[in-house]
Design a binder for this molecule. Structure first.
Ligand SMILES: *Cc1c(COP(=O)(O)O)cnc(C)c1O
Length: 470
């Protein structure tokens, strides 16, 4: 055991060193996938290697290919960092190596999920009686919520999808906004509903669902088994669907409402943004991420359901066909997710919530939004740079030129290494996208980033002028 103790101390130092220098690191990795693989490539050895040599090789080969996405100037996609308490809890989780399937395997893993789940529901404005499954992320949570909806809307027309599957089942309609996240479509493919189940509702200018159109569509076929898939937090603009309008339109026809709130659901935890998700509590299922805005280390997501019996019947395997026999059993762990053996994700989430407290969570959300507005203001001051969206949350869309110039600016920014941000297509136009989601980002980081954007834009314009004179 002496070896392990010594090695864990060394590993702790390596992790601490890495994290301390995150703010100063070149954000993009110095090597790409192929180069890292080449540096590793060799025959699988016949014999064993010492603990020290394994760790040495891992560290030296992996580090050049690490993205400093846990640092304060990573603004790509929607990526959180990892605050100290959550990192410590996750390290313990690995050391304890618990299987969080059920109470028999780990009472602690289940109990921490229970308490973290209760806190999450309170922060996110969800019913206290809702069930919670700890998933790998938003994709997993969307799949769980839509599976519960699928079970329920088919049960309402007398079809048991758990027993009889989808062959010969009444058609299920999934009504979703045109700017839904791509994970919704994948979930529907996985669930056997298929992409053709989607009735697409046009989006408003900000990307939110046009709820007048939703009402018309729902009223047209009020008796069809229907799931409405709404969204809180569009990945491009941050826009949230009007959930009061969505849930009341759905209630008229008895449709199930699922809310994909991978990051946007966190708006509910902050008094300054709560109004964006008003009506949230009246939905039937919700998906949310821990690893995005709560900044829990990867991977961490939450599937909530207002109907725990439906949630359990749709997911667990001991009684999926025994409707009505689930009452009285204490569900949790593997009953609310598609996996059986699974990582104990409750520890890190619980630690993050305890370390932040209610006000800390609100402050994290508020600060990210304020920094996003600050970035938008500074970007607008740059020549030939324009912010395209109304910055309602933490997402910013930036116009720097045509598609070719945008791609050139994007590459120059990433190569410069001050920060990392990517591009997206919004309404047919290539734009830079900035997501402010990291707990450690400061005003100074925003200023450095805006400077980097300005430099890259000027350089891209100069490069183009040079090329055209050649
Ligand atoms: C990120 C995201 C997802 C997918 O979540 P993962 O955690 O990557 O699985 C789904 N929906 C929205 C709106 C997202 O932003």
């Amino acid at each position: 055991m002496g070896d392990l103790r010594e090695m864990l101390h060394r590993v702790a130092d390596l992790i601490a060193d890495y994290r301390e220098t995150l703010p100063d690191q070149h954000v993009a990795p110095s090597l790409g996938r192929a180069a890292v693989r080449e540096s590793l490539a060799r025959e699988l050895p016949d014999g064993p290697a010492s603990l020290a040599s394994v760790v040495d090789e891992l560290v030296s080969r992996a580090m050049p290919g690490l993205m400093a996405s846990a640092g304060p100037r990573y603004f790509g996609f929607v990526i959180g960092g990892s605050p100290d308490a959550a990192v410590a809890a996750d390290l313990l989780t690995v050391g304890w190596d618990q299987c969080a399937y059920n109470e028999a395997l780990s009472p602690a893993a289940l109990a921490f999920e229970d308490v973290a789940g209760t806190w999450l529901k309170e922060l996110l404005g969800l019913p206290a009686s809702a069930s919670v499954g700890f998933t790998t992320g938003g994709q997993g949570a969307n799949t769980v919520g839509l599976a519960a909806g699928r079970w329920k809307v088919l049960e309402q027309v007398g079809w048991d999808v758990g027993r009889d599957g989808l062959g010969g089942a009444p058609r299920v309609r999934v009504v979703a906004g045109a700017e839904r996240h791509a994970t919704i479509d994948r979930s529907l493919r996985l669930l056997g509903l298929g992409e053709s189940a989607i009735t697409e509702i046009p989006a408003l200018a900000n990307g939110a669902m046009d709820t007048d159109a939703l009402q018309v569509v729902l009223r047209r076929q009020p008796d069809m088994p229907t799931i409405v898939s709404a969204q809180a937090g569009n990945v491009n603009t941050g826009a949230c669907d009007d959930l009061n309008a969505v849930t009341s339109a759905a209630a008229e026809v008895g449709a199930w409402v699922h809310v994909d709130g991978a990051f946007g659901l966190w708006a509910a935890a902050n008094p300054g943004t709560k109004h964006l998700v008003a009506g949230i509590g009246a939905a039937d299922s919700w998906a949310c991420d821990g690893h995005k805005w709560l900044n829990v280390p990867y991977d961490s997501g939450f599937a909530f359901c207002a109907h725990p019996d439906v949630h359990a019947i749709a997911m667990e395997y001991t009684a999926s066909y025994l409707t009505g026999q689930v009452a009285g059993r204490m569900f949790g762990g593997g009953d609310f997710v598609p996996e059986s053996s699974r990582r104990a994700r409750g520890f890190a989430t619980w630690a993050a919530l305890l370390a932040l407290g209610r006000f800390g969570v609100a402050d994290l959300i508020e600060r990210s939004c304020a920094l996003a507005r600050y970035a938008a203001m500074l970007l607008e001051r740059l020549d030939d740079v324009e912010v395209v969206n109304e910055v309602v949350l933490n997402q910013i869309l930036v116009r720097v030129g045509d598609a070719e110039l945008t791609s050139s600016v994007e590459q120059l920014i990433q190569a410069d290494g001050t920060c990392w941000l990517g591009a997206t297509t919004w309404r047919g136009e290539r734009l830079l996208r900035i997501s402010v989601s990291n707990w450690s980002t400061t005003e100074r980081d925003i200023e450095l980033t805006v400077d980097a954007v300005g430099r890259a834009q000027a350089e891209a314009v100069a490069l183009r002028a040079e090329e055209s004179t050649r």
